[in-house]
Every structure is written in C-alpha cells, then in structure tokens.
Design a protein around this ligand. Sequence first.
Ligand code: CA
Ligand code: CA
Length: 267
Amino acid sequence: MNLTPKMMVGLASLSLLVLAPIPSHAQVTSLGPGVLEYGDEDQSGAGPYPSDPKAGATLAGLAPGAITQGPQSAGHDEFKTRPSGGDFAGTDTIHVGSTFTTLAHDGYSYQFLTGQAGVKGPDTFSLDYSSLLPAGQTLQTLTLGIAADDFQAPKYGQPFTATINGIFSAGLTNKLNNVTLTDPSDLFFTFGVDPALLTSDRVLKLSIDEGGEGGDGGDGYAVDFLTVGVTSAPVPEASTTVSLGLLLALGFGGLLVASRRRKVAAA
Ligand SMILES: [Ca+2]
Ligand SMILES: [Ca+2]
C-alpha cells in the first residue's frame, strides 16, 4: 500500500500521541502548559462546585512563600464526603489528627468516632510532576495548590502541621491554620514552594496532620484536589558551548591544513 501525504500526516499525528506522557496515577490531568491537577473537583465527593474553585488563584510561577486563592465555597453536605473509587490517593477522604482519641469537635470527626467514615492522619499525597520537566529543562519555580475542606483551626484551636518532602513548612502550616472552612466548605489556595525542598525524583510528598502542639486531633478535615505548576528554563550549556567552539576551531584548523596540503600538492 502506498502512503498518501494525508496518510503520512495522520501517522505523524499518531506517533505524537504515542509519545505524549501518560500519567502514572489515576486522576492526574493537565490544566494547560506546566500545570497538573491531582484528583477531581467535586467538593470531596459532595458534588460539583457552583463556579470554578480555582478562579483568581495563580497556578504557576509563585515565588517561595507567596499565596493566592480562589473563592471559598458556600458549603456542602458533610455526609457526602467520600472517595468514589478511583479518586487520587489521599483526596476526598475524611481525616482526623493522628493524636485523636475520643473527642470529636465536628461532624467529620464524629463520623470517624462512630465508624461511619474516615481514617486517622496524616493525610499524605505523592505528587509526581516529572512529566512537566522534559529533558533539557531545569525547574525555576513550583507552585502547589490545595483544595482544603473543613479545616477549622481558628474555631476549635487544634493546629494543623504540613510537611513537604518531610520538611516542616511554616508558610503552608500557617495558611492551613488560618482558614475557617465550616459547614464544611472548601477553599482552593496556591503556595510557592521553596525549590530547595524539592527532590531529584520530581515527586512532591505532601503530608498534612492535625493534633500537634498538644492538640487532640478532633477537628476533621479533607482535601478535594491538588495542583502542581512548574516554570522551567533550558539547562545552561556553557561547558558544551565551549567544547563545541573548540571542536569547530580544531575542525576549521584541520580544513585549512588540508587545503594548504592540496594546494602544495597541486603546485
Ligand atoms: Ca473540621
Ligand atoms: Ca475530589
């Protein structure tokens, strides 16, 4: 069979599709160049948001420690906060703090206490962003987005603690301890992560617990979805450029010598 130009274009498109990076986890989707979303936007299983929860938030390019956020949702049925099967690991799941015993401050922790739903913290997430950094590109900034659900530290006085790749994050912890997401309601915010905290495997490990500083872990919480946005630049190739220049110089030198030899031979 002879390939027509149209068929060749089709085959080229198909090969591009095959070469495109395939997410290694369920529910990892692209939100555009340099941004991945982990999990689905469904108010932790309760149903769709009335409007884009990410509106107004910056998904990529934040400086370390900078914070932006979307609109806080009006609230949802707390008994619908459930993973639906196939949800990104750690999302849509009620958590209580790791220090929880029997004191339930809110509806989420009451559901855990009575065996209806939920698990003990910490809530952990493994966010693989390696597909955002193709070969030859080096990371400049990383912006982490979290859709927080029912965090209520100002109301109940039970502090949350967040770590990034095992390192305590004061900025992220401070943000989680200063939102009151009663009813429960959801708030998506983004946070500029210090690149010094990142690891060479390009997987960000986030952990959120509650109950530190003598807290009782009785303020239940959940995370609906997360995002990672990366800005990058070409890897500097100064040494390669020098080597290339040297090779070119040697090559030209060799050609000149060969040219002179030919002229001598011809004379
Ligand atoms: Ca709560
Ligand atoms: Ca969700």
